[in-house]
Design a binder for this molecule. Structure first.
Ligand code: GAL
Length: 469
């Protein structure tokens, strides 16, 4: 179970989930500040990220954990509104720049490679007030922000992820309204936001390509959330087709334009167009790219980043009533297998990750792949001796090893989610994904390694799993 020499072993975090310091030193508010402060039981016990792991002041504690694990890579995100309080480069918050400079420099001093996400769900409130990702104007503002980050940190950061999981973010924030701005636009908002997110990513990639790449020699991509979607009945042609359709709606919507040809998958276009027609819309609810935009979008990623947690079984489900919604547009229904064990929404299906990697290899021209998140939650109260959770990681590493050795997938980096227990969005602090336990009742926010952290450190040291005796 050895991994290729030089394989990257990382862990990931995101600004709003760990930093706290929500209004410290000139940081502007982000949408999650507004959303959590409004209460309304949209987050478990109305918890907030005001303090979270307090990584804004406790970075050195995080660094100790990172070093203890022996990580080769650390993936974190920049808080856009900590750097640019109103989202624009009109005013730069130097204290924010200093904070991230210190993180980057400390990592490099310790020979740990920083992987930086520009946008992980925490839109500056000032930009949301102008329409957020439903507005085309945000594309340009995002590009300015990306350029600012490349020019400020790009001398040292060589792995950029423009946006985290825009494929689910678009739906959760703008279609269903579970995430801020929490205004549902079912059947339209998700597609409109996705359209702008894709163009914004492509613009930022081009900015890097034409203005920074020659000198900085880094890589720029984006990361996708991808549940593996398995046909419920492998012998049923209609379930097989449904699972392909589901993959096109989940992953292909973003990955095909960016990695293949600048345009959405045909099945996505035709399903949404015909549903829209039945529903009396004058045109498809899925916006169209112009020929010029297609050219601009095609080929704008230097690696393929996936975030895998779980698998679902897919069945065809006809949308007889012409209802609005993503599943309804895709005409699918999903379920889980009663034999799968899991916590919260994460059913543990390690083989799903191997299938997903193979799918990415076959569909997107054998790209370099990074797993930028993968992990298993414990619900409160957690156990420091998390033997069962470690078993999930162990089985996952076995599947990764098969993917590399048997399927010849070009997987180069694996990042566990997450370094620390943290603010798990609508689930607050109830759902814990950390390799390190954080006591959120204690003002000092002590970090204590779970058994999984100690075992992961061994895997990193051995560059693979030791065979079980
Ligand atoms: C991802 C997300 C992370 C984290 C994780 C666990 O979708 O990028 O921020 O919350 O899920 O649910």
């Amino acid at each position: 179970m050895a991994f290729p020499a030089g394989f990257g072993w990382g862990a990931a975090t995101a600004a709003y989930q760990i930093e706290g310091g929500w209004d410290a030193d000139g940081k502007g508010p982000c949408v999650w500040d507004t959303f959590t402060h409004q209460g309304g039981d949209r987050v478990f016990k109305n918890q907030t990220g005001d303090v979270a792991c307090n990584s804004y002041t406790l970075w050195e504690e995080d660094l100790k954990c990172i070093k203890q694990l022996g990580l080769t890579h650390y993936r974190f995100s920049l808080s856009w509104s900590r750097l640019l309080p109103d989202g624009t480069t009109g005013f730069i918050n130097q204290k924010g720049v200093d904070y991230y400079n210190k993180i980057i420099d400390d990592l490099l001093k310790n020979k740990i490679i920083p992987m930086v996400t520009l946008f992980h769900f925490d839109m500056p409130q000032a930009l949301e007030d102008k329409g957020g990702w439903l507005s085309e104007a945000t594309i340009d503002v995002f590009d300015q922000y990306a350029r600012f980050c490349f020019s400020t940190f790009g001398d040292r950061v060589k792995h950029w992820i423009t946006m985290n999981e825009p494929n689910v973010f678009a739906i959760l924030a703008y279609d269903l309204g579970f995430f801020p701005p929490a205004v549902p636009h079912v059947g339209t908002g998700g597609y409109q936001a996705a359209h702008n997110l894709i163009k914004a990513h492509a613009r930022a990639w081009h900015s890097y390509n034409s203005l920074f790449r020659k000198e900085q020699k880094g890589l720029v991509s984006l990361s996708f959330f991808t549940v593996w979607l398995e046909p419920a009945d492998p012998n049923s042609a209609s379930d097989k087709q449904a699972s392909e359709r589901a993959l096109a709606f989940e992953l292909g919507v973003f990955a095909k334009p960016i990695f293949i040809d600048g345009d959405y998958p045909e099945v996505v276009k035709s399903q949404i167009a015909s549903m829209s027609k039945r529903q009396g819309y004058p045109s498809s609810r899925l916006p169209e790219f112009t020929e010029e935009e297609k050219k601009m979008i095609k080929g704008t990623a230097d690696f393929f980043a996936v975030q895998y947690y779980t698998t679902r079984l897919i069945k065809h489900k006809e949308n007889k009533e012409g209802e609005l919604g993503l599943l309804q547009d895709a005409e699918i229904d999903y379920s889980t297998d009663p034999s799968w064990k899991g916590e919260n929404w994460v059913f543990v299906v390690p083989w799903g990750l191997r299938k997903l990697l193979k799918h990415v290899k076959d569909t997107y021209n054998n790209p370099v792949i990074y797993i930028t998140e993968n992990g298993f939650p414990q619900c409160d109260p957690p156990s420091i001796d998390d033997t069962q959770r470690w078993e999930c990681f162990r089985q996952t590493f076995q599947e990764l090893s098969k993917a590399i050795q048997i399927d010849k997938v070009n997987l180069q980096i694996y990042c566990a989610w997450s370094l620390l227990d943290n603010f798990e969005w609508n689930d607050g602090y109830r759902v814990r994904f950390g390799l390190y336990h954080v006591d959120f009742e204690d003002p000092a926010r002590p970090r204590v390694p779970y058994k999984s952290a100690k075992e992961y450190a061994k895997v990193i040291r051995n560059n693979g799993l030791e065979e079980k005796p």
